[in-house]
Design a protein around this ligand. Structure first.
Ligand code: PGA
Length: 264
């Protein structure tokens, strides 16, 4: 079963509009030399205030912008209403997004996002025709006490609860060990692959063999140009969710180029 790799850049709360535009242009200058089938699926997630400026750059003039998909970094599950500070799926689609990152550990940790909320968000995203990138991962404490698999399986069961086989098949999961995020400490590739294969088995168990074989599961946590080849050579790792290294066109493009050496 071949799954198209995804390289997604999570820009987090970084970059003003001009900087976001310049970074997008830097990625376009790489993608313009390739056809879409030659490239992995490329996704970037800017802050909400830069969505418009980045979307405007996604023209179809042959500059490569059309080969980069845009993601929101969060959303609300309701369509509209009195939810100060929130943004709906329809609003993200209107701003050019086709993906939404949900359940990132920073949102779980600092904004008390629960699996129940993540599940509602996943349903709203899929109902709105977008694709959720659902993050999961364990703390160092959970890993050291030997409950990594149990914790992640429980996150996945709750986050995907009630989704149809078809919805699960088109979704994306990002396994991000919290201790590896922004620390420079990448999870050993074989261990990341083992956890990702475990997640795939959980998906097969709660949905179907087909859904488990189709869903794309990424690794995230200090991914760099020097780590991606080994990560992408593993059987179950379908791509990467990149934070720090996605903030410079040079390193993000190198991650894409190195991915293309081993897969696509
Ligand atoms: P990092 O972030 O690549 O800077 O570790 C990954 C993420 O939080 O998605």
């Amino acid at each position: 079963m071949s799954r198209k790799p995804i390289i997604a850049g999570n820009w987090k709360m970084n970059l003003l509009q001009d900087e976001a535009k310049a970074l997008f242009e830097g990625i376009k200058s790489f993608t313009k030399d390739f056809t879409a089938p030659q490239l992995p699926t490329i996704v970037i997630a800017p802050v909400f205030t830069s969505l418009n400026v980045v979307h405007t750059e996604k023209c179809t003039c042959g500059c490569g912008g059309d080969k980069i998909a845009i993601a929101g970094q969060n959303c609300h599950w309701e369509k509209s209403g009195a939810y100060t500070g929130e943004v709906s799926v329809e609003m993200l689609a209107d701003a050019g997004c086709s993906y939404v990152i949900i359940g990132h550990s920073e949102r779980r940790q600092y904004f008390s996002e629960t699996d129940e909320m993540i599940n509602k968000k996943a349903k709203a995203i899929l109902a709105g025709g977008l694709i959720p990138i659902i993050c999961c991962g364990e703390t160092l404490e959970q890993r050291e006490s030997g409950i990594t698999d149990q914790h992640i399986a429980s996150q996945i069961r709750a986050d995907l609860n009630g989704l149809s086989e078809e919805e699960i098949a088109k979704s994306v999961i990002a396994y991000e060990p919290i201790w590896a995020i922004g620390t420079g400490k990448t999870c050993d590739s074989k261990e990341a692959n083992r956890v990702i294969a475990m997640i795939r088995n959980v998906v097969k168990e709660i949905s179907s063999e087909k859904a488990g074989d189709s869903i794309r599961i990424l690794y995230g946590g200090s991914v760099k140009p020097s780590t991606i080849e080994e990560q992408m050579s593993q059987s179950d790792i379908d791509g990467a969710l990149v934070g720090g290294a996605s903030l410079k066109a040079e390193s993000f493009n190198e991650i894409i180029a190195n991915t293309m050496k081993v897969s696509v």
